[in-house]
Design a protein around this ligand. Structure first.
Ligand SMILES: Cc1ncc(COP(=O)(O)O)c(C=O)c1O
Length: 369
């Protein structure tokens, strides 16, 4: 048996540090927006190589507040992908704007700059690329388009802590980069959490106001705001995990190399890599045209898996109207029927990787019959 995700293995390795962090917060007398959040924001900004980080309640709110901070308003269109988690687009709607789905590049499965260029209208105000599964989207081309058409860019980095392009961490190319600390993420809290990063001080100030009732530092509401704060307990736990993050990413990369060696000669398509980028490998996603045979082989052996994501958003009732009459998303639809996420977390053992490889190979040979 191999689980798709198992946070307890990690907890057992860092238990004493986590317990000390929790105790420190409980004894401090400050549970909301105190020294742990402030320290974690500084440490996270340094990790990503940016000036400002603002802790918020979750990754969805990070996106919503970022859109609000760059003045996205009702009636504005935000171009994004349909092969993402629902929250990417729920955030666009929560900010009052309309999502417009654009197809993805057939290799990377990230937002296609050529198709973005064709989809821009007079109402387009913002691009929202997702660094899917941890692979950086083509930020060079997207930033060029944003400059040319005076668009904002909000990056969905929920999968992508640890990913970079030309030596720059993702999240630092657009106006705001948005991260999630949902427990399964590369840096996972023991609950919800999120972070916005930005180079621009005025946006950081705006985000700090938006996360708490629109307050300035004298607690005077300057604008409409929300309540979406990262709490001290999660921040203290995330500080512990951030200290181990480099090691955890190295373990992910070693496991990925093992998977690649074991599957390179098979008919399944392995995750794309791109020139001069570092993949964060939040998920290791293979593509198999006859996926069900592989799923059957995994299930028969008690091996967990995932599909990120099985139903593209333009096919969900909440968003079909938003896509009515628009160009078909051929690559997105095809990929949805082929993608399969194999178990990947730093504590996965190499004998477990071998079991997964054997199961995938068995499923593929079954499929070939
Ligand atoms: C691509 C993507 N964007 C946004 C989010 C939202 O993050 P959260 O669950 O922390 O709100 C997630 C996580 O579920 C995600 O996978």
């Amino acid at each position: 048996m191999v689980k798709a995700f198992d946070y307890l293995r990690n907890y057992e390795a860092i238990e004493s540090e986590v317990r000390a962090a929790i105790e420190r917060v409980l004894r401090s007398g400050q549970l909301i927006l105190g020294p742990e959040v402030a320290a974690f924001e500084r440490e996270f900004a340094a990790e990503v190589g940016t000036n400002h980080a603002v802790g918020v309640g979750n990754g969805t709110d990070a996106l919503t507040l970022a859109l609000m901070a760059v003045d996205i308003r009702p009636g504005d269109e935000v171009l994004t992908v349909a092969n993402t988690a629902v929250p990417t687009v729920a955030a666009i709607r929560a900010a009052g704007a309309e999502p417009r789905f654009v197809d993805v590049d057939p290799d990377t499965l990230c937002l296609s700059p050529e198709l973005v260029a064709a989809a821009i209208t007079s109402r387009t105000r913002c691009l929202l690329p997702v660094h899917l599964h941890g692979l950086p989207a083509d930020m060079t081309a997207l930033c060029d388009l944003a400059r040319r058409y005076d668009l904002r860019i909000i990056e969905d980095c929920a999968h992508a802590l640890g990913a970079s392009l030309h030596g720059r961490h993702v999240g630092t190319f657009g106006d705001v980069g948005c991260f999630s600390f949902y427990p399964t993420k590369n840096l996972g809290a023991y609950g919800d959490g999120g972070m916005c990063v930005t180079e621009r001080p005025e946006l950081a100030t705006r985000l700090r106001a938006l996360r708490m009732y629109g307050f300035d530092d004298r607690r005077i509401a300057l604008c409409d705001g929300r309540n979406s704060r990262l709490d001290e307990l999660q921040a203290a736990i995330l500080r512990v995990k951030l200290r181990h993050f480099g090691q955890a990413q190295a373990a992910r990369h070693a496991l990925v190399a093992h998977f690649r060696r074991g599957l390179v000669d098979t008919s399944c398509r392995l995750p794309a890599t791109t020139t001069d980028s570092v993949h964060a490998y939040h998920q290791f996603v293979i593509r198999c045209p006859k996926r069900q045979a592989v799923i059957d082989a995994l299930e028969a052996r008690g091996i967990g898996y995932g599909i990120h994501y099985e139903t593209p958003l333009h096919r969900m009732p909440a968003y079909t109207t938003a896509h009515a009459g628009r160009p078909p998303l051929v690559v997105t639809d095809r990929a949805a029927g082929e993608i399969l996420s194999l178990p990947l977390y730093p504590e996965l053992r190499s004998d477990e990787v071998e079991q997964v490889i054997a199961a995938v190979r068995a499923g593929l040979s079954e499929e070939a019959r």
